[in-house]
Design a protein around this ligand. Structure first.
Ligand SMILES: NC(=O)c1ccc[n+]([C@@H]2O[C@H](COP(=O)([O-])OP(=O)(O)OC[C@H]3O[C@@H](n4cnc5c(N)ncnc54)[C@H](O)[C@@H]3O)[C@@H](O)[C@H]2O)c1
Length: 390
């Protein structure tokens, strides 16, 4: 278990990352929070896969006999339910199911969720559980941060991307018609349950999407991840075929993120910027493709390649070889059909410039070594044009 303590919001997260931990969620929550009500937020795909199991695990604990009668002598199957002999007689569980996909990160979805929380009589002593990928995690995080000015939150990330990235660190964002994540806040989850076994049902494309972020950590933050990824590739390289290596990879990514978040929770010191390696151009590519042609991971993969080509130094060929040899294994793209002018314009419209008109760009100096450099719009355009010319 990893403890993440933050100074900005002063909240703490207990993070568990291990195979099979999902089935212990109910036990951990009951022991840690002792709440009367739980509201689970999930999406339509994850609902069919894991919701019933999670509710069943809570029910097994909450509605077990208060005197533990079936535990001595009688088997659980033989036990006859007795409503006057229940461990947690006031316990209730409710849920909201949202459509899968980025369109659900909207103000109208959050309004529906507030209604469901109020109808279920959720109070500040209760618990919201996010069961799903980054979309569910962001919307549930925002709901937990704002409903009754903040209630307890457990994240159960079910995609690789959400396990290694979005469930840890407390950022939660909603989209407006004008752009992605324009509304949001920082709200650390009390508990994160990352179970690699949940990834068994993930599509190859969604798995590869998360691998782009894993490769980002390996190239920019924690070089010890590189041999682990190589071992993972040589054993088959998929969630289904994985042994313990995937768990180790997930754990290392979480530790890298937790370490950075502890130092710069509110993204004010520039330390958290390293997590944006490949994201400046990546977000621009996502935007240019109308958030449909390229997934987030594909855009970040290409964004990392662009970032090296644009601003890394004399060792850029070596850095590119290390990066692309990993990206290729997961079918992640290294380039896009967009012109340098279009990408540059998209970067300018997406990224906030400082008061002097510069954009902070994460430059890879070496494997595991980054530097934040201020770049003007004309430098960015020139660097992109040079790539196109080559
Ligand atoms: N808050 C942060 O710090 C942060 C960081 C990175 C990304 N994000 C956000 O995360 C979102 C992307 O997250 P994502 O990639 O997890 O996408 P997602 O939540 O849309 O999930 C991808 C797809 O996988 C399905 N799915 C989820 N778990 C599954 C499982 N176990 N088996 C089968 N299918 C499953 C979902 O229903 C969905 O169709 C974006 O909105 C992005 O802005 C947030």
């Amino acid at each position: 278990m990893i403890e993440l303590s933050t100074q900005g919001t002063g909240r703490q997260s207990a993070i568990y990352a291990e195979q099979g931990i999902f089935r212990q969620t109910a036990q951990i929550c009951m022991e840690k929070f002792g709440m009367n009500r739980v509201h689970i937020i999930t999406d339509e795909n994850v609902e069919g896969l894991y919701l019933e199991t999670l509710i069943g695990d809570f029910a097994d604990i909450a509605y077990a006999p208060a005197d533990g009668s079936y535990r001595d002598g009688e088997s659980e199957d033989e036990y006859e339910f007795d409503e006057d002999n229940i461990a947690f007689p006031d316990f209730e569980i409710s849920y909201s199911v949202i459509p899968p996909g980025e369109a659900s990160k909207s103000l109208s979805t959050i309004a529906d969720i507030y209604d469901s929380l109020a109808e279920a009589q959720i109070t500040r002593d209760d618990l919201i559980i996010a069961l799903g990928g980054g979309v569910v995690g962001d919307i549930a995080g925002f709901a937990a941060a704002t409903y009754m000015r903040g209630i307890r939150l457990c994240q159960i990330p079910s995609t690789l991307l959400s396990q290694v990235d979005s469930s840890v660190g407390g950022k939660c964002g909603l989209n407006l018609a004008q752009g992605k994540n324009l509304v949001g806040t920082f709200y650390q989850p009390d508990l994160v349950i990352a179970d690699p076994l949940l990834l068994n049902s993930l599509s190859e494309e969604d798995f590869a999407d998360g691998m782009a972020e894993v490769i980002k950590y390996a190239i920019a933050c924690d070089t010890e991840l590189i041999p682990l990824i190589e071992d993972f590739i040589s054993e088959g390289g998929s969630a289904q075929k994985s042994s313990g290596i995937l768990t180790e990879i997930i754990l290392r990514c979480i530790m890298a993120k937790a370490d950075i978040v502890e130092k710069d929770e509110l993204d004010q010191k520039g330390i958290r910027n390293v997590l944006n390696f490949g994201h400046t151009v990546g977000h621009a590519i996502e935007k240019l493709s109308g958030y449909e042609g390229y997934t987030h991971g594909q855009a970040v993969a290409a964004g990392m390649v662009y970032a090296i080509k644009m601003f890394s130094g004399e060792n850029k060929e070596e850095l590119l070889t290390r990066l692309t040899s990993l990206l290729r294994e997961f079918g992640l793209p290294e380039e896009t059909p967009f012109s340098s002018v279009d990408i540059a314009e998209s970067v300018m419209s997406d990224k906030k410039m400082d008061s002097e008109g510069y954009i902070s760009f994460v430059v890879l100096k070496d494997i595991g070594v980054t530097e934040i450099q201020k770049k003007s719009p004309s430098e960015i355009l020139k660097a992109l044009q040079e790539i196109q010319r080559r």
